[in-house]
Write a protein that binds this ligand. Structure first.
Ligand code: TYM
Length: 331
């Protein structure tokens, strides 16, 4: 029997450079899903304006990231890859879901707490209601699985809670999604402060590897990466600089931590850092080459996101219609 394919949905904000953290925690896994799942991916630009953006930069960065995702291996023939603000159903369902979400549960979101500390002069309602927009993204497409890094786990949990609450009142409207968090790479840490996650909005560029960093920059950043004074390549599972480097190396080479420990036995941190840098450079090289091609083909990029928008609308309008009928809105 031909079983229907399961649906994957995930998104990334176009809020800065794509980092190695975004890539290893999320995008790299998306590529593999394309073979056996119905995949829907998005650039979540509505989420991005919870922090004030320069309009010109937001526009060019969104297009640039679109090209970069194609370079990473998102195939517009296999996946629907759209820009969130072009699909009106997201903002609309987000409002509806916000009426089924409590102040208390939104207040408990660690990302809200972190971001409101970071942007203390702009704690807007969008930042607070952010999870309801994310829930709308996911629920509009009858998503089964959401591949994300570990930092998004809480947002998938609240999505499930909102969906269950809504279904409890109106019947089985939403599918209840599960998160997929990779075993390796789910939490890539800052190269400068290994207790903090690697983030594209970090003010210190030495703390992250951007996917378009040159080989020289990558070497420089890994050389400067903070490690302890042990000088032994050994994985302890703690949030230390060396464990982070081992995770990165493991994620880009596919080697296990045990294999890595054997390979670098008796070798100091300096040499290991260079090997990590080289492995990352090799891994990113084909992506960077493809990027130069895609970014100079603006018409192709536009055709891809225009078509994806239409496909996303077909699916999401169906869900939204059902939701509105259940609530009692006049159609
Ligand atoms: P964003 O844009 O912050 O990050 C995109 C993806 O990258 C993962 N990630 C990491 N993984 C490992 N190590 C890191 N240091 C690291 N930093 C980021 C994130 O977990 C994420 O998977 N709210 C989301 C975007 C979003 C979304 C959605 C995701 C909007 N709607 C619906 C899933 C489903 C965000 O800000 O991700």
């Amino acid at each position: 029997m031909n079983k229907e394919l399961k649906t994957i949905f995930s998104a990334v904000q176009p809020s800065g450079f794509l980092t190695l953290g975004n890539y290893l925690g999320a995008i790299k896994n998306w590529i593999g899903f394309q073979e056996n799942f119905k995949c829907i991916f998005s650039l979540a630009d509505l989420h991005t304006i919870t922090v004030l953006q320069n309009p010109k930069e937001l526009k060019s960065r969104t297009k640039e990231l679109y090209a970069l995702f194609l370079s990473c291996g998102i195939d517009p023939k296999k996946s629907i890859f759209f820009i969130q603000s072009q699909v009106h159903t997201h903002a609309e369902l987000s409002w509806i879901l916000s009426c089924f979400t409590s102040f208390g549960e939104l207040s408990r979101m660690t990302q809200f707490k972190d971001k409101s500390q970071k942007h203390a002069n702009n704690i807007n309602a969008g930042l607070f209601g952010y999870p309801t927009l994310m829930a709308a993204d996911i629920l509009l497409y009858n998503t089964d699985i959401v591949p994300v890094g570990a930092d998004q786990k809480q947002h998938i949990e609240i999505t499930r809670d909102i969906a269950k609450r809504f279904n409890g009142i109106y019947g089985e409207v939403f599918k209840i999604p599960e998160e997929f968090i990779p075993k390796i790479g789910a939490r890539i840490m800052s190269l400068q402060e290994p207790e903090k996650k690697m983030s594209k909005s970090d003010a210190n560029p030495s703390s992250y590897i951007a996917l378009l960093d040159s080989p020289e920059t990558i070497i420089k950043k890994f050389k400067k990466a903070v490690t302890d004074s042990e000088n032994e390549v050994k994985f302890t599972g703690e949030q230390t600089g060396i464990n982070n480097l081992i995770n990165i190396y493991s994620s880009v080479t596919g080697k296990t931590t045990a294999q890595i420990e054997t390979e670098f036995e008796g070798v100091g941190y300096g040499k290991f850092k260079m090997s990590v840098a080289q492995a990352v450079i090799e891994h990113l090289k084909p992506i960077q080459e493809k990027f130069s091609y895609y970014i100079s083909n603006e018409d192709y990029i536009k055709a891809c996101y225009e078509e994806a928008k239409e496909q996303a609308l077909i699916i999401s309008e169906r869900t939204l219609k059902k939701v509105k009928e259940k609530i009692g809105f006049v159609s």
